[in-house]
Design a protein around this ligand. Structure first.
Ligand SMILES: [Zn+2]
Ligand SMILES: [Zn+2]
Length: 589
């Protein structure tokens, strides 16, 4: 509850700051036409038309002046007062402002009250939601950040307005912390580092939103898949493989068609049928369950696949690896009985925690989205008892695992409760990792059954889970989280071997060969570049270890080991280095 209050308070501050920006603008640029100005995630903005002013437009250089004016006016502000006015009164107040007049007309047409809010000398059309006392706003807790063009109501056919953006926080300290985080995030931007570290790329001929994983990205993917395969093997999952497309008949059974069609690639006509690229792996896995008779002895059945899915995302919404059109998902479906459900779900949560520990993810939260009684049979499948039972089992699992979680009423999926997982990167940015779902309905739609002990046919429950999300989203997260400094086990290049001069080449090649033999991703630099340049090249690519071999090392029968983070670790016997690295990779530390 406390978090919600804080969120509301900050929203009120931001909304009030939007009024303050409008007030300052109309003082500095009389005749500015105000339009709308909401609170946003990190502050506020206001869309305005400067053409009627003497300046004609606003430039970034005007922002400090505007900001100072805001501070000046803020000193005179206290509480807001408001009055309900008639349409005519409102029109009189905003005469000459076509934008506000349009808004007033719409409010009147909806039959809603038209309210004007006043603070200090400034009055605006508004629905409320301000701080009680504007004099409590920290004058150093906000700043104007930039301007951009924005069409009135987002339509290209309308007037182009000027949008002034501001950052707004409760205190100067919070504003500064946010700016530091933004700076750091820019340095860690996965699109920038992804290019510098040659992890992934896009190509116009391949198509937008379809990432190409370069060898370095391929190595990271291999590392993640090995982790998933090992872990899932220990949890008794079985691996399957499915095609990347299927006929429309299957997607009709699953309900993807027509409900999810907008998110799928358009179909291919082929041999008189219609084929779709798969947007989810579930239906294919259900078909694997359906292959052959199942009995209670086969359950729980856990089918795992790093399945590639294709989704239609609007080109304007594509974003680096975070929003793509092809993705490889750490998917699995667990088919179980109601009695097995608690244990199975608990094990899924345990797997998340196991992964979080490996990746140093200290801050995370799960959100349990539930049904609502009123919407049973409408928004939710009509199985009141099953809803209650599974929701309380999921809750018990979360409590037992000591996972921080919140609950959300009336947010479940159609066919069962779900859990959304949020994680925070090392610099405190929030990412949505994955969603787990309990599914009562689809196994039934596919006619999936098993023979129970008493010989009766029963429908299993299905748990959808993807703890490592998709490679695209998760590696995008990891790039930021590690700032590109991947731990040894996951680093694309794990060891860089550097002979100081030609007389050291043979020894260096010998060490290099033993590293490769141990499956360690090593590279050797036999170029004519100077020693310093070779070492720097490895540093630039954020390689965890560099092995240096010079004359002195050879005389001592040793090599020199350098660590990316700890610096020079001194001379060691080559065998000792090999053992140390093998151990560290195995421990995934
Ligand atoms: Zn307002
Ligand atoms: Zn699924």
């Amino acid at each position: 509850m406390k978090n919600e209050e804080k969120a509301q308070q900050i929203e009120h501050i931001r909304h009030t700051l939007a009024h303050l920006l409008a007030a300052a603008t109309t003082e500095l640029f009389p005749s500015t036409l105000l339009t709308i100005g909401p609170a946003i995630d990190n502050g506020f903005y206001y869309d305005m038309d400067f053409t009627p002013t003497s300046a004609g437009k606003l430039s970034e250089e005007d922002l400090p002046k505007l900001e100072n004016k805001m501070r000046e006016i803020l000193k005179t502000w206290k509480g807001f007062s408001h009055k309900v006015v008639s349409k005519e009164e409102a029109e009189k107040h905003f005469a000459g402002n076509e934008f506000k007049l349009e808004l007033i007309k719409e409010i009147a047409e909806r039959g809603e009250e038209i309210t004007l809010y006043t603070v200090g000398d400034f009055t605006d059309l508004c629905r409320g939601g301000h701080v009680e006392d504007a004099s409590n706003i920290d004058p150093e807790g906000f700043k104007l950040s930039h301007i951009a063009g924005a069409y009135w109501r987002g339509s290209e056919e309308n007037t182009m307005l000027t949008r002034v953006y501001g950052l707004g926080f409760e205190s100067k300290a919070e504003l500064e912390a946010y700016e530091v985080q933004q700076e750091e995030a820019k340095k860690r931007d996965h699109r920038k580092l992804g290019k510098e570290l040659a992890i992934f790329d896009f190509d116009n001929d391949v198509g937008p939103g379809l990432p190409l994983w370069l060898p370095n990205g391929g190595a990271i993917i291999e590392g993640l898949e090995n982790l998933a395969k090992e872990t899932e093997f220990a949890y008794e999952y079985e691996r399957v493989r499915t095609p990347h497309l299927a006929k429309d008949t299957m997607y009709k059974t699953s309900g993807h068609l027509p409900y999810y069609e907008d998110s799928m690639f358009p179909p291919m006509e082929y041999e008189g049928g219609k084929y779709y690229l798969k947007a989810m792996n579930c239906p294919h896995h259900h078909k694997i369950f359906a292959s052959g008779q199942k009995s209670y002895k086969d359950l729980p059945l856990r089918l795992a696949e790093y399945g590639t899915c294709y989704r239609h995302e609007k080109s304007g919404e594509l974003f680096g690896l975070m929003r793509v059109r092809s993705m490889q998902m750490n998917d699995a479906h667990i088919y179980c009985t109601e009695e097995q459900f608690f244990d199975e779900f608990k094990k899924v949560i345990d797997m998340y925690l196991y992964y979080f520990n490996i990746f140093g993810i200290d801050k995370y939260q799960m959100r349990l989205s539930k049904h609502s009684k009123e919407n049973l049979g409408k928004k939710y499948i009509n199985e009141p008892e099953l809803w209650e039972k599974t929701e309380s089992m999921v809750r018990e699992c979360l409590v037992a695992a000591k996972v921080p979680f919140v609950e959300a009423e009336n947010e479940g999926a159609f066919y069962g409760p779900k859990i959304d997982v949020q994680i925070w990167s090392a610099i405190g940015r929030e990412f949505t990792l994955a969603t787990n779902q309990v599914d009562f309905a689809v196994p039934g739609r596919f006619g999936l059954t098993y023979t129970d002990k008493d010989g009766s046919q029963k429908t299993p429950l299905c748990i959808h889970r993807a703890p490592l999300s998709t490679h695209e989203r998760f590696i995008g997260f990891l790039i930021e989280h590690y700032a590109g400094n991947f731990p040894l086990w996951l680093a694309p290049e794990q060891v860089h071997v550097v002979p100081v001069k030609e007389s050291n080449f043979a020894k260096a090649q010998e060490v290099y060969a033993s590293l490769r033999k141990l499956q360690i991703r090593a590279k050797i630099d036999l170029s004519s570049d100077g020693f310093g340049k070779k070492v720097r090249a490895a540093k630039n690519m954020k390689v965890p270890y560099t092995i240096i071999i010079g004359d002195k090392d050879m005389e001592a029968g040793k090599v020199t080991l350098e660590n990316r983070d700890k610096g020079n670790l001194g001379q060691m016997a080559a065998e000792e280095v090999l053992a140390k690295l093998t151990e560290e990779i195995k421990a995934r530390s």
